[in-house]
Design a protein around this ligand. Structure first.
Ligand code: SAH
Length: 427
């Protein structure tokens, strides 16, 4: 697509910064593709650099565009707001690629953006801790709909928007050039794909997938199944939190609920836990978890595994009067959006109340929510309610978030999905 740009240098300044109702109109930028005009007043969220436009904010589309095309987003007067990827099939009708009138959305653009995201991880020294990390975190890395996770020398790509889908080959070429992986695997099979009207895809995109794959995270080896595992294969976002829990585990009887492939359990075993009971309802995940114990040469005798529903298992443990010194609750996303918050709140309260009851005095609860629909505040309130009902006094000793390779763009608070509390119950 040919984007002609006729902006004078004076217009290159950031004219979005402090625009009030009396501010001069935005400059017009010539473009021979389609232009999406917003209704008057609906440009506000874009001026705050939120990268989504909902279909209800649109006045009209001038010109033709099909899903994935780059369109120019304009205010009601036709003033330039952003270059964005169009998707007629999504409620999020466009996602912004760039706020700069002078940008052209092409291979060079993606090379720059991807290189910037990778350089940010290097600057944050994330490779000192693990050779598994998120290289690109969608909107928060200014690449809406694009997730790229690195597992040693394999990259996993997850495309969640029509715009990212359109540029799949370009993105793969750039990743190949910059990272030289042995394989780029595509795990575009998240639920969000359907909302975007995109087919599910789970296959090798470039190179060849090694038969076995593992990462070394904080010195712990973790086998990752990128083809059949959950998400892109592993929950990279909990890296720092796993390390913290590992440090607290010494001498304790640990219960790890929703353990997946054993992340927190492995750290607890290395940290000198007396015993670790891990529960998950995925038999495949538990198999890999036990392999991970072997891979690290940990004493399998200290680890027990239950293939069970956590809600039921916790009740059973309560009825058996079992007690633990450290409990991890890391459930799946109960509330993908705020619409599910109430139902999710009941589920969080349920497991946390049971968790509190299973703790010995002086015990520690590390409890998480990865629900975008549950705010930090609401989560803390739910946990406070659970402690109250359990008749337990507890202190927050740590507030936790996703690790730094999952940054949150200030103008995109939706990016902050993972929150956790480490609580110490009274002795
Ligand atoms: N703590 C893990 C990630 C947990 S992801 C880590 O650090 O890697 C959530 C896990 O919950 C998944 O493994 C999923 O299989 C499991 N799960 C979902 N619903 C469940 C339920 N009702 N009972 C038990 N496990 C469940």
């Amino acid at each position: 697509m040919n984007q002609k740009r006729h902006t004078s240098p004076a217009r290159r300044r950031d004219y979005h910064k402090s625009r009030s109702s009396t501010a001069p109109s935005l400059p017009k930028v010539d473009f021979d593709g389609a232009r999406l005009f917003l209704q008057a007043g609906r440009e506000k969220s874009l001026l705050r650099r939120h990268p989504w436009v909902f279909s209800g904010a649109v006045e009209r589309l001038e010109g033709e565009a099909v899903s994935g095309d780059t369109v120019q987003v304009c205010d009601a007067q036709g003033g330039f707001l952003a270059w964005a990827a169009f998707n007629s099939q999504s409620q999020i009708i466009t996602r912004v690629w760039s706020w700069q009138a002078l940008d052209k959305i092409d291979a060079d653009f993606f090379r720059r953006k991807i290189a910037t995201a990778i350089a940010a991880r290097k600057a944050l020294k994330l490779d000192l801790h693990s050779n598994g990390m998120r290289l690109i975190h969608g909107e928060s890395d200014a690449l809406p709909g694009l997730i790229v996770d690195q597992y040693a020398d394999v990259l996993v790509l997850q495309l969640g928007s029509a715009g990212a889908e359109r540029w799949r080959d370009t993105i793969a070429d750039v990743l190949q050039e910059l990272c030289q992986p042995v394989c780029i695997y595509e795990r575009s099979d998240s639920d969000g794909r359907e909302l975007e009207g995109l087919p599910r895809r789970n296959e090798v995109l470039r190179g060849q997938l090694p038969e076995t794959l593992s990462i070394t995270e904080n010195g712990i080896r973790i086998a990752v199944d990128v083809a059949a595992g959950q998400k892109t294969g592993f929950y990279l976002d909990q890296r720092d939190n796993r390390a913290l829990v590992g440090e607290l585990a010494e001498g304790r009887e640990v219960l790890n609920c929703f353990c997946y492939t054993g992340g927190f359990s492995l750290y607890a075993l290395r940290g000198g836990a007396q015993s670790v009971l891990s529960i998950d309802s995925s038999a495949e995940a538990l198999q890999l978890a036990q392999r991970n114990v072997e891979l690290n040469g940990f004493d399998a005798g200290r680890a027990d595994w239950q293939d069970k529903d956590v809600f039921e298992a916790l009740r059973k443990l309560r009825d058996q009067n079992r007690k633990f010194d450290l409990i991890v609750l890391d459930p799946p996303k109960f509330a993908p959006t705020a619409a599910f918050a109430e139902k999710a709140a009941r589920a969080y309260k349920d497991i946390n109340l049971l968790g509190f009851k299973l703790l010995r005095p002086g015990g520690i609860l590390a409890t998480f929510s990865c629900s975008g629909g549950i705010s930090d505040d609401l989560f803390q309130k739910i946990i406070a309610g659970a402690a109250l009902d359990a008749g337990i006094d507890a202190q927050i000793v740590h507030k936790l978030y996703a690790t730094a390779d999952h940054p949150v763009l200030l103008s995109f608070p939706e990016g902050a999905y993972l929150k956790g509390l480490v609580l110490r119950v009274a002795g």
